[in-house]
Design a protein around this ligand. Structure first.
Ligand code: ADP
Ligand code: MG
Length: 624
């Protein structure tokens, strides 16, 4: 009983609804009309929930998803015709063929980002219809395929189909829920929110998207097999209809795209509503009503019905006031940095230590890297070596190409020329996630957390290696969640684990983003302006965290304008100007180097006193 109580209420409601719907035909066995309407609604539910995996979770909208229903139908009908086996037993094969086709199509279009996918999904639907019409030896063309009637009594004609489709709907919801719980599912949301960022934290976006597309086709294909037998007659126009696809999209959007139950709710509204429209208005008015409904949903319920209702309920019954208090406390600096003792155990002889590290082996080696944007040369044959164990600074005026260099190193952008080596491996041709798996991590100048996810979910989104088993691990449970909580505690943000990342202050987001990339167990972390725009008390914490990690063996390359912080924390310091390094050395040399003073620090600048952690943000003059 206590376990039951710990289940979310939505699951209990769903289980109850399932029970009622399963019992309904047993109570009313002869009411075939309502059974048929509900059968069609369940089938729409299977499709909308499946569609939601690629188009809701991952955000890649498919406008031709009913193709998989037709593919499943044809596969099962053809096999049944030739083998004599009952189509219900063959239905899983319809799913398999759908998966194979989805994988092939996905491998071609999902390597890239953007709108090509939408177009191709429609093309898939239309070409499937053309193939079904013209491959007459297999499909009998537009004459269609007729299957044998089911062997059971006419009295219960619909009940087996009804129960099979209801079972499939339940399976689809469970399948979708399981996906959502894994790191794979979290990665799909990450792709929807910020695909470039997802790639930077080890998410193999191509693999994720293709897998999601294939997964979204499977149970639709199975449902297609059941549907073929239910109809006992198939033709190309009926099996591959664009209206079918539009209905799927409408259901998912009306109910709540990206949520677990939204597409189910939407399917019931659209399924039953479209039947009512046909009864009261005829089939042509149905199309009109669909069009209007789609417009209303897009205009007035962009998030869908379920999220809108949930949001209204939350506002009606606010529970969580704790969060704002915590945020206030942190901003006021009353929360203490954890493990201050550890942080203050600064290595005694830092200068000697730095000298020794400067002689370490090169961990990162950038050779003659170049990148131009049109006529603007952002990185101009830059060379840069970051040695193992150092905290290397990269300073330089705004626009000198530091962030672009980071993009070339991490693979967010392709270099025009040059090479990047990480610990003896050439990485400049690798995908960003492959570089992440080798232990290369970065944070962004403007933080790029997944704002709709909680802080904890943000932490479990990164994928540290290329293994399938890692993808399928539970995300917000078990080992992953433990490690994420540990890292959140390390950066002093554990109390925010359950809050949406978008609600944090800028400095807090920077700390969470650092904790996030630490989930990759990186060897080298690139920090892009970690103190930029951050409250000074959080800057102090950032400095302590970087030092602490460095002592544990993590190497850093830090872009930062806060010169006192740089001089205190980093050794060596590399100075960048107009797309290449112009000076490099220990901080005490750099701050007196006339070339550096001239190119970067400006006439007004005087070497600051090396203060403690309360370094003030101190933007240098910009040199254009
Ligand atoms: P920094 O990080 O040192 O301030 P950036 O690497 O961001 O410098 O920018 C270097 C130059 O490249 C700037 O002139 C900037 O406007 C330009 N730049 C950076 N990214 C892009 C881009 N995606 N498209 C066009 N120009 C860019
Ligand atoms: Mg920059």
């Amino acid at each position: 009983m206590s376990r039951l109580r710990s289940l979310p209420r939505s699951h209990l409601i769903a289980a109850l609804a399932l029970l009622v719907l399963a019992l309904y035909p047993l109570v009313q066995p002869h009411d075939t009309y309502y059974q048929t309407v509900l059968f069609a609604t369940f089938m729409l539910g299977v499709q909308a929930v499946s569609w939601n995996i690629i188009s809701g979770y991952a955000g890649y909208v498919s406008l031709g998803h009913s193709a998989f229903l037709g593919i499943g139908s044809y596969t099962v009908a053809i096999l049944a015709l030739h083998s004599g086996i009952n189509p219900l037993l063959l239905a899983p094969l319809g799913g398999l063929v759908a998966v194979v086709l989805a994988t092939l199509v996905g491998l071609v279009v999902l390597r890239t980002r953007g709108h090509a996918f939408v177009i191709i999904t429609i093309a898939l639907l239309l070409s499937a219809q053309i193939v079904a019409t013209n491959w007459r030896s297999l499909t009998k063309g537009s004459d269609g395929i007729t299957l044998e009637l089911p062997p059971w009594s006419r009295d219960i004609q619909n009940i087996p189909f009804y129960l099979a489709m209801l079972g499939l709907l339940a399976l689809t919801v469970i399948f979708s829920a399981l996906i959502r719980r894994t790191k794979f599912g979290t990665g799909l949301i990450a792709i929807r929110e910020d695909e470039g960022k997802a790639a930077a934290i080890g998410v193999n976006t191509t693999r994720y998207k293709v897998t999601a597309y294939a997964a979204s086709s499977f149970l639709i294909g199975v449902a297609g097999g059941v549907y073929a037998y239910f109809l006992t007659f198939l033709n190309p126009v009926g099996s591959f209809s664009i209206l079918g696809s539009v209905t799927i999209v409408l259901s998912a959007m009306a109910g709540g795209r990206g949520t677990l139950y939204g597409p189910v709710v939407g399917a019931f509204i659209v399924g039953i509503g479209s039947e009512a429209a046909t009864v009261y208005g005829g089939s042509s008015s149905r199309v009109l009503i669909f069009g209007l409904a789609l417009m209303i949903v897009v205009l007035f319920l962009p998030d869908g019905l379920l999220p809108t209702v949930q949001e209204a309920w939350r506002r009606y019954r606010p529970v969580d006031t704790e969060y704002t208090d915590q945020a206030g406390a942190l901003e006021a600096g009353t929360l203490q940095v954890r493990d201050r003792a550890l942080a203050s155990a600064v290595v005694a002889d830092e200068v000697e230590d730095g000298a020794e590290k400067r002689a370490g082996r090169p961990l990162l080696d950038v050779r003659s890297a170049a990148k131009a944007f049109g006529g603007l040369i952002a990185v101009d044959g830059a060379d840069l070596v970051v040695r193992q164990g150092t905290i290397t600074a990269l300073i330089g005026p705004n626009g000198s190409g530091k962030t672009t260099l980071f993009n070339l190193i991490t693979g967010a952008m392709r270099a025009d020329a040059g090479e990047v080596w990480l610990d003896g491996t050439r990485i400049d041709r690798m995908k960003p996630w492959a570089r992440g798996h080798l232990g290369l991590a970065r944070t962004f100048q403007t933080t790029r957390l997944f704002r709709s996810m909680t802080v904890l979910e943000n932490l479990v989104a990164p994928l540290p290696d290329a293994k399938w088993s890692s993808m399928l691990k539970a995300s917000v449970a078990g080992h992953e969640a433990d490690r994420a909580r540990e890292l959140l505690a390390f950066v002093g943000m554990e109390r925010f684990a359950g809050q949406p990342a978008g609600a944090l202050s800028y400095g807090q987001q920077k700390l969470v983003e650092l904790a996030q990339v630490l989930m990759l167990e990186p060897r080298l972390v690139l920090l892009d302006e970690p103190a930029g725009g951050v409250n000074p008390s959080l800057v102090g914490r950032m400095v302590e965290i970087v030092r602490d990690l460095n002592r544990q063996g993590v190497t850093f390359l830090v872009v930062e304008h806060n010169i006192p912080m740089v001089l205190e924390l980093c050794d060596p310091v590399v100075v960048f100007s107009r797309g290449k390094a112009i000076a490099e050395g220990p901080p005490q040399t750099i701050r007196e180097d006339p070339v550096v003073l001239d190119a970067y620090l400006g006439d007004e600048w005087r070497p600051p006193a090396l203060t403690g952690e309360s370094a003030q943000p101190d933007r240098p003059q910009e040199v254009s």
